[in-house]
Design a protein around this ligand. Structure first.
Ligand code: TEU
Length: 497
């Protein structure tokens, strides 16, 4: 666990570019926005950032559907913007790690488009099979996608089915084809040449599948229904040996790249929600797997003993001398402040005191919570759309992807740059209220100065500007950005212990 790699003593910060910081006011976060915030990142004690995908994409799955692996998505900026970002980060002593999505492409990728036209070379880039009954009704086998739909889609013009372990718009690449292996290696090199410090590898377990395409057996998950991914045991679609070997070869490639140029080591970290046994197998290939136990194995009702057991289990499992890490959250799971209400600081401190890299998702450091009020109409997450209007809310990943709430603090908000000032105290002088108000918007800050007693504030008698919408900003860590609170009953927790 005491490993010399730079990442072993790193606070690693995931940036979700779309909702991080919008520098040009088009409603979408961008690379220049990230660059502008690097000083904030640095000041927060972070020493490496990982960017969720920034590549050309129809954005049907938040950019995890890539249509060109070596091009920056225009909504995020240009290659030049990216180069500036890397330069600025390095100047500040921050490492920059990219999200690499090798398992699949977008269906809009030119490779897949050519495959659909019957181009033999590019058809071999993907995985095709005849239906069981050679018709358009029965897929080649019973495999399910992680988005809870069949893993095969029929293409009438080719009279064959293609494999997708995620959405239908994310056809799986065929790694038995050496040309695919080479294309992806070239993509790695392209970004290494741009100066990146490593890669977070998306959906690591699913790269290779059983060549015989055997049916998966029923899983032991008793509650799952036949359309759910968890209904089957993924023994032919995940964690196969050639997958580990491929990543082992990437590890060697990165080492060689860095050695030849006398650079710092390059990071390679795997996204895998596999069993502990399969997760640990990555270490056999000198590859670092994310440790998701704080996401998967403990909840808000876990006891101190549960925590101790979970931590000990991991620490005792990591092979001696290998690097280690603790992930608190990411863009796919409810936020840490929502999973552990009132325990955000404890969880953060825990991840920081344990040996190895601490991994934080943007917004968690300021206590952002999930926004559970996103309408069906506003929800484009494919996982949620597949679940349908009645069930989307519980499964949607949009609640944890809302705009980063620190923009108010930046002097771009007219209410803060030009707004008039007013203030008051209430609740027997325990609560201070500060108002800044422009023509368009009012910002209200409430601070409870009582160390021990939470306060319920009633503002209905206060002389407040009419358009006051109580939007809780950076400091109001207990509400989501667009959430309205009742003006006659605002809850302010006591000062945290
Ligand atoms: O997620 C891979 C993965 O294992 C998902 O099934 C994850 O568990 C799921 O989102 C449920 O929360 C990665 C990305 O992190 C995710 O955003 C993408 O949608 C997915 O790959 C496909 O690229």
């Amino acid at each position: 666990i005491f490993n010399k790699s730079w990442w072993n003593s790193t606070v690693f910060y995931q940036v979700y570019p779309k909702s991080f910081y919008d520098s040009n006011g088009d409603g979408v976060g961008d690379l220049n926005g990230i660059t502008l915030k690097l000083q904030y990142v640095k000041n927060s004690g972070i020493n490496a950032i990982w960017l969720s995908p920034i590549f050309s994409s129809p954005m049907a799955d938040g950019g995890y559907d890539i249509s060109n692996f070596t091009e920056i998505a225009p909504i995020f900026g240009t290659l030049e913007d990216f180069e500036k970002l890397v330069m600025r980060a390095h100047k500040l002593g921050l490492k920059v790690v990219l999200d690499f999505v090798p398992n699949h492409t977008s269906d809009q990728h030119p490779w897949f488009q050519k495959a659909l036209q019957g181009d033999e070379k590019y058809k071999e880039y993907y995985i095709w099979a005849d239906g069981k009954n050679k018709d358009d009704k029965t897929p080649p086998n019973n495999w399910l996608s992680l988005f809870n739909i069949p893993a095969w889609t029929y293409v009438p013009s080719l009279k064959q089915w293609y494999l997708h372990q995620f959405g239908t718009i994310q056809p799986d690449l065929n790694y038995s084809n050496p040309e695919v292996v080479e294309e992806m290696r070239n993509a790695l090199k392209f970004w290494l040449d741009k100066g990146v410090d490593g890669f977070r590898v998306d959906s690591a377990p699913y790269i290779f599948e059983d060549k015989e395409l055997r049916d998966e057996p029923r899983s032991y998950a008793p509650d799952s229904t036949p359309d759910q991914y968890t209904y089957l045991e993924p023994i032919y679609t995940a964690d196969l040996k050639p997958t580990y070997e491929l990543f082992g070869s990437w590890r060697k490639y990165l080492d060689g790249y860095a050695d030849e140029r006398n650079l710092d080591q390059k990071m390679l970290v795997m996204e895998t929600y596999s069993s502990l046994e399969h997760t640990l197998e990555y270490y056999d290939y000198d590859v670092l797997p994310f440790n998701f136990l704080f996401i998967t194995n403990v909840t808000n009702s876990s006891t101190a003993t549960d925590f101790k057991n979970t931590i000990d289990l991991w620490i005792n499992s990591v092979p001696y001398g290998k690097s280690n890490n603790w992930v608190l959250g990411n863009h796919d799971r409810p936020r840490v402040a929502s999973r552990f209400p009132g325990r955000l600081d404890q969880m953060t401190m825990l991840s920081m005191i344990l040996p190895g890299m601490a991994v934080t998702y943007n917004g968690d450091e300021i206590g952002m919570v999930d926004d559970r009020n996103i309408s069906w109409a506003d929800t484009q997450d494919p996982l949620a759309r597949i679940a349908g209007k009645d069930h989307y809310a519980a499964i949607s990943r949009y609640p944890e992807r809302t705009p980063f709430q620190c923009t108010y603090l930046h002097r771009k908000e007219p209410a803060l740059t030009q707004g008039i000032y007013a203030s008051f105290t209430t609740n027997n002088g325990t609560v201070l209220g500060v108002i800044r108000s422009s023509d368009y918007r009012t910002v209200l800050l409430l601070i409870n100065f009582d160390d021990y007693i939470p306060q319920f504030v009633d503002l209905s008698d206060q002389d407040l500007p009419k358009q006051l919408k109580l939007q809780v900003s950076c400091f109001g860590t207990h509400s989501s950005p667009k959430q309205r609170v009742n003006i006659d009953n605002i809850y302010l927790p006591e000062k945290a212990a």
